[in-house]
Design a protein around this ligand. Structure first.
Ligand code: 5GP
Length: 111
């Protein structure tokens, strides 16, 4: 499968794994959009968050639990979590992943 995040999970592409457990991995985004920008990726390959909710809802919860733990470990007073779903919304890697962003102020509505 030609999936860049599956290759990171398999160790074929290097990444600084901040979390690596049965359910997921977390690693810094290559092109950070905030001082803290971490990708939290389920180990089961699915295309997007909605598909993960269908096939393994508990894994979706694990992504948010990992985001909370990372925010505590990194002393983030607040953070933003984002799923881009579909090319029109900015998704570029079609393997579900939660963006964890922190370390700066965030505008609303988001860009
Ligand atoms: P999306 O646009 O699909 O919501 O997010 C994909 C994210 O993956 C982007 O923010 C992009 O910078 C990041 N990314 C793409 N390729 C790599 C890679 O090889 N390593 C890491 N660490 N991040 C990547």
């Amino acid at each position: 499968m030609n999936c860049i995040f599956c290759k990171i999970i398999a160790g074929e592409i290097p990444a600084n794994l901040l979390v690596d457990n049965n359910d997921l991995v977390a690693f810094p985004d290559l092109n950070p959009q905030a001082p803290t920008h971490i990708l939290i990726v389920p180990k089961r390959h699915v295309e997007n968050a909605a598909e993960l909710a269908e096939v393994q809802p508990s894994a979706l919860a694990e992504l948010f639990k990992a985001a909370k733990k990372l925010s505590v470990d990194l002393n983030l007073p607040g953070y933003r979590t984002v799923f881009n779903t579909g090319e029109a919304a900015g998704q570029s890697v079609f393997n579900a992943h939660l963006h964890l962003l922190g370390g700066r102020a965030f505008g609303w509505p988001p860009g």
